[in-house]
Design a protein around this ligand. Structure first.
Ligand code: ATR
Length: 261
């Protein structure tokens, strides 16, 4: 079978190496390529995939929303998120899914998270917020600019960064979804955790560096921390499972990605 990831730019994607590590571990002679699609040519996407006999592909920035117009069917959760990161092609029929939020949730210590506080309101935040809302959690999103939250299509509490302190004590999960703390990003950390419950889990969707200042401070205060590596591995593993019905080897995928970090 043939798989791909599409994006623009895409040259630094670790997905091909990660998926090949999984194929190798399972003894599968499958391919997975990175395709840099010029946004001006995106309307040819179905021809591009047909020509390469692609059976399934991942979608990354900037096409996660645009791809929806080219699908025959969209999974309910992905439709609510307004973002698709996984497309399965069966006999020319394209179905879209989103494994970002489920991949993130799989990376957390397994327990019920009923009050989730997200910092940042970009695409990743929106997917994760919807993922938790679908599980019945109470979701609060704090964002620097309130306008960004105005058109969110479901009920979350919408707050500013200054309000975090007031909402944090009831959160059992805090997640940074902003680029603050990413290697090469200069801005300062957002939060000091003074009012956070001691049992709360603190997560960041960033995985380079493995410990952002956000996570380091939480760790120093004795809170459980989770970085974004598990989310990246699990979203890929779950895509593979959607495409093939087989169980992915997450250990092989993790070892492979760690070699590049
Ligand atoms: P994604 O890749 O998840 O789609 P994005 O669209 O780049 O991310 O969104 C980045 C998020 O990080 C936004 O919520 C942004 O806040 P604004 O809506 O106010 O721009 C937030 N963000 C970026 N830099 C930030 C900073 N220095 N402090 C606080 N929030 C920041």
């Amino acid at each position: 079978m043939n798989f791909a990831v599409i994006g623009h730019p895409i040259s630094h994607s670790l997905s091909p190496a990660m998926h090949h590590a999984n194929f190798k571990s399972l003894g599968l002679d499958y391919s997975y390529i990175a395709l840099d699609i010029n946004p001006n040519h995106f309307h040819h996407i179905r021809d591009i995939m047909a020509e390469r006999e692609i059976d399934g592909f991942n979608v990354t920035i900037p096409f996660k929303t645009a791809i929806i117009d080219y699908l025959d069917e969209v999974d309910d959760l992905a439709l609510k998120m307004g973002a698709v990161n996984t497309v399965k092609i069966v006999e020319g029929k394209w179905t879209g899914y989103n494994t970002d939020a489920t991949g993130f949730i799989e990376s957390l210590p397994p327990k019920e998270y009923s009050h989730v506080l997200l910092i940042g309101a970009g695409g990743a935040s929106r997917a994760i917020a919807q993922g938790f809302a679908a599980k019945g959690a109470d979701v609060t999103v704090a964002n620097r600019s309130p306008e960004r939250l105005a058109d969110w299509p479901f009920e979350v509490h919408k707050i500013t960064l200054d309000d975090i302190e007031r909402f944090a004590d009831r959160a059992d999960l805090l997640i940074n979804t902003t680029p603050v703390g990413m290697t090469g990003f200069e801005d300062e950390m957002l939060y000091d955790f003074k009012s956070v419950h001691p049992d709360a889990v603190v997560a960041d969707i960033i995985y380079t560096p493995s410990m952002t200042p956000f996570l380091k401070l939480a760790d120093r205060l004795g809170l459980t921390t989770v970085n974004g590596l598990g989310m990246f591995i699990n979203q890929g593993a779950q895509s593979f499972e959607i495409w093939t019905g087989l169980k992915a080897d997450r250990t092989a995928m993790t070892e492979c990605v760690k070699n590049y970090l």
